[in-house]
Design a protein around this ligand. Structure first.
Ligand SMILES: Cc1ncc(COP(=O)(O)O)c(C=O)c1O
Length: 385
């Protein structure tokens, strides 16, 4: 749960600071405290990018990112068949056609599948790092060669890197979430980052009804050139974000430390196949994923962990939420999926997700809990044979 585990007096102090001025404004565009700007500036500095724009959720963030990249009606947006549905919803909300493709052994977009899925209508590829990096060099090369915009929805992967580059900074635009399950937690919130001034302007406009925020103009006189919505982040939420961001190095290092304390003691188990990485040193520590023999063994393993007081995160339950084959309520609106049996479209992804276990690795985990979890994993591995 990362940042959510550490909400405390520092967050309260930031809110108190917000209220300690002569005039407190809780609305980000009123003259006053500007915690949202402070959060954005500090976030941009942390990520090493020119621009960051804070919004009201991770869903809002990817919606703004796609809109700013020019995704619109009829465009095709390629993304992974294993993700939370938010980026798919965002593409659909813009009138685009979401095109989920199979994952590879790293549990990310398979570059070969991306290449196969590109058509003259493809506008963007949304890479979604799940606590680690996809094969970003290959994906970036394909996007460059085929003239497609690369976007990163790094909601799950704030702080993770790929060959020394922070995830979210590799594509033209990157988005993040600060909901309860993410590296930083602010209640509800998100961030969009880019080095491209035009993209940044368009993100800010889309998140604020199209307001162009021209300097020296009264808000009511502000012009607009494109439509938008209200995805503004409140000052109170931004204040929490400032305090959470100051904890990011601690959050990342503790989770990684805990992950290795567990992984090093279970890696020898021959019937658990540890997830392979493109760059494990840069991966986040807040999950540990391994594959077992088959879906039946994964369910048995999950039940065993539950009996010992440990839950799983997303896998193997992905099959109920984080998997393209269960997005019929959204995908069936499109001709290409209407008559399809969704279960048959991403067989490799379905098989891998159903056969995998994903453990949540908290930041605050004492050695006794780690010992108990390791023992439960070892006995689980023995049980499934
Ligand atoms: C990849 C991805 N994008 C977007 C979101 C949405 O974030 P939020 O819950 O802040 O709207 C999530 C949430 O889990 C996510 O995993």
């Amino acid at each position: 749960m990362a940042g959510a585990e550490l909400i405390g007096k520092e967050e309260l102090a930031q809110i108190q600071e917000l209220f300690s001025g002569e005039k407190t404004t809780l609305y980000r565009y009123a003259p006053g405290n500007y915690k949202a700007r402070e959060f954005e500036e500090k976030f941009a500095a942390y990520m090493g990018v020119k621009y960051a724009h804070a919004v009201s959720s991770g869903t809002a963030a990817i919606h703004c990112a796609l809109a700013a990249a020019g995704v619109g009606p009829g465009d095709e947006v390629i993304t992974t068949a294993w993700t939370f549905i938010a980026p798919v919803e965002a593409a659909a909300a813009l009138g685009a056609v979401p095109v989920p493709v199979e994952i590879d052994e790293t549990y990310h977009l398979d570059p070969a599948e991306v290449e196969k899925a590109i058509t003259p209508k493809t506008k963007a590829v949304v890479a979604i790092p799940m606590w680690a990096a996809p094969k970003m060099d290959e994906i970036a090369e394909i996007c460059e060669r085929r003239g497609v915009t690369l976007i990163e929805d790094a909601a799950q992967s704030l702080g993770a890197t790929y060959k020394g580059r922070k995830l979210g900074t590799i594509g033209k635009v990157g988005s993040f979430s600060f909901d309860a399950g993410k590296t930083l937690h602010v209640g509800e919130g998100g961030m969009v980052i880019t080095d491209d001034k035009d993209i940044y302007d368009r993100v800010a406009e889309f998140s604020d009804h199209g307001h162009m925020h021209l300097p020296g103009l009264l808000r009511g006189k502000d012009p607009r050139r494109a439509k938008g919505l209200n995805y503004r982040l409140s000052e109170v939420t931004a204040a929490i974000g400032v305090a959470q961001l100051a904890k990011i190095d601690y959050i990342l290092s503790k989770a990684r430390e805990n992950k290795y304390k567990i992984k090093d003691r279970i890696s020898h188990l021959s019937n658990l196949t540890m997830r392979p990485f493109t760059d494990e040193a840069g991966a986040q520590g807040d999950t540990l994923i391994f594959k077992v023999r088959d879906p039946k063994a994964a369910l048995e393993f999950e039940a065993h962990l539950m009996e010992h007081g440990f839950g799983t995160k997303i896998l193997p339950e992905a099959i109920d939420w984080h998997y393209a084959a269960v997005w019929g309520h959204l995908l069936k609106a499109y001709d290409r999926y209407r008559d399809a049996n969704l279960e048959e479209l991403w067989p490799k992804t379905g098989q891998l997700l159903q056969s995998s276990i994903c453990l949540n690795i908290p930041v605050l985990m004492d050695d006794a809990t780690i010992d108990k979890l390791v023992a439960a994993i070892i006995s689980g591995a023995e049980k499934i044979g």
